[in-house]
Ligand binder design. Structure first.
Ligand code: CS2
Length: 467
């Protein structure tokens, strides 16, 4: 079968980039060439280029694996997404990517790209664990492998922060303005968090560099949302049928798409609003809403599914009692949210339940359970602290945390950067106070929860229900 490329003839039902790719020049470096980026920021950029063409092509950087980079190379930077719902499937070729590179294979190419004057924005989707954020201090986790490597060899970085800092240093040296750093990972106040980490890393090598970044840089926060399961052989076969050519990077995704961005850029940005992005002065209420309602209940559903031996989120949602637990979770944590401009929270909850139930989206519970120790704070623990501070009992969050503990007890193979510590806690679990060993995992639980006996009793109850 012929492969997707500039020259390939794609089925006429498939939407094509509505701009002249030959005229497209780079303006953005994106770090983290995963499925989420390809079905989110790259799609918004395509819409922006269609509505207001400009120098905003994407240079796609993958930090470690060369695979997606080689696939882009073989396909002239093109790939497809298939938006799936009960109403049917609709495919589109995405062409907003103009260059591609793998940092592990060619570090200098990435550093060179970051220092090019025409690059004005760097976006990131590298996952929560890649930053090296110490959850207790909010600063750098110096024991994080990439952080410690990049602190000791700042000119030959391996991690996301190291590349950001070395790229900024080269720009300062060249008399260029910094690029705007736009974090698109599921962390609260993600712009502020990354700014602090970048400044801290920069100050270790050169306090002047840190001051320049603080004074001249911009790190807008953003809330990103789209459910994009990891692609499978079935995904690629479906794309091949719909496109009439093969696509090694094909993805399935849901129709829903959202991006709320703090409008603070050093030197311009694409017209992402053309794809429906919302620019605002304060992203925090949106981030909190999404992390606590969507991601929090996702973590709950994934572990309920794992306990029940179910493969996908849609399977969990098909069991009325389990779907009801997701609803109860969201209704329980909604009181910890601030009002969100333009959003009706009860309607948002109903929409989430419908999205989770989409029968055409095969989102693996095991995929969502990846790295749960990195996700718990923003999804479940901070909302628990807020609920207790408001005089509530935090029952919803306690239940979800207990279900995670029960799931790791049942399945020792759940992947997590702190898996050794988690398994050590599991080995000491005792029905009398089943959650106790988890509270010894350094820096995981905030003090306010460690001290909250009634909340911990509720966690224990949830574990015993699933013992
Ligand atoms: C999921 C998210 O894997 C996970 O932890 O909760 O990837 C989720 O699908 C996205 O944040 C939706 O926007």
């Amino acid at each position: 079968m012929e492969r997707l490329s500039d020259a390939a003839v794609v089925s006429p039902q498939v939407r094509q980039p509505g701009f002249d790719r030959k005229q497209l020049t780079p303006g953005i470096v994106h770090i983290g060439l995963g499925a989420f980026h390809r079905a989110h920021q790259a799609v918004y950029t395509q819409r922006a280029l269609e509505a207001a063409f400009g120098p905003w092509g994407i240079v796609a950087v993958n930090l470690r694996s060369p695979e997606p980079v080689e696939a882009l190379q073989a396909q002239d930077g093109l790939y497809s997404i298939t938006v799936r719902s009960e109403a049917g499937d609709s495919s589109e070729v995405i062409g907003s990517t103009v260059e591609w590179m793998c940092a592990a294979n060619d570090r200098q190419a990435v550093l060179h790209a970051l220092a090019r004057p025409e690059i004005r924005v760097v976006t990131l989707t590298v996952s929560e664990k890649a930053y090296g954020l110490d959850p207790v201090t909010g600063g750098l986790d110096r024991a994080h492998p990439a952080v410690s490597a990049d602190l000791s060899s700042p000119h030959s970085p391996i991690g996301a922060l190291g590349f950001l800092v070395e790229g900024l240093a080269r720009r300062k040296q060249a008399g260029l303005p910094p690029y705007t750093v736009l974090c698109c990972d599921n962390l609260p106040s993600n712009g502020k968090v990354i700014r602090r980490l970048v400044v801290e890393m920069a100050s270790e090598r050169d306090p002047e560099l840190a001051k320049w970044i603080e004074a001249e840089g911009a790190f807008p926060s953003s809330m990103v949302d789209r459910i994009v399961p990891a692609a499978t052989q079935e995904t690629r076969e479906r794309a091949e049928r719909l496109l009439g050519v093969s696509d090694a990077l094909a993805l399935d995704t849901e129709p829903f798409l959202q991006w709320v961005i703090e409008d603070h850029f050093v030197d311009g940005r694409p017209a992402w609003e053309a794809g429906g992005a919302l620019f605002t002065g304060n992203v925090e209420p949106y981030e909190k809403m999404k992390l606590r309602l969507l991601n929090g209940s996702h973590t709950l559903l994934a572990h309920l599914g794992i306990l029940a031996g179910l493969e996908y989120i849609r399977d969990v949602m098909a069991v009325p009692d389990l779907a009801q637990k997701a609803r109860q979770h969201m209704q329980g944590v909604v009181s910890t949210l601030d009002p969100v401009p333009g959003i009706d929270l009860p309607a948002y909850i109903e929409e989430l339940l419908a999205r989770f139930s989409n029968p055409t989206i095969a989102h693996r519970n095991l995929q969502i359970s990846l790295d749960t120790t990195q996700k718990l704070p923003q999804r479940l623990l901070l909302p628990a602290v807020d609920a207790l501070a408001q005089g509530g009992d935090g029952a919803a969050t306690a239940y979800a945390v207990g279900v995670w503990m029960a799931a790791v007890r049942k399945r020792g193979d759940l992947d997590d950067p702190r898996r050794t510590e988690v398994l050590e806690a599991v080995s000491r679990m005792d029905a009398a106070d089943a959650s106790a060993p988890f509270f010894d995992i350094a820096g995981l639980f905030p003090n306010a929860l460690t001290k909250a006996r009634p909340w911990r009793d509720k966690v224990n109850q949830a574990i015993l229900e699933n013992w």
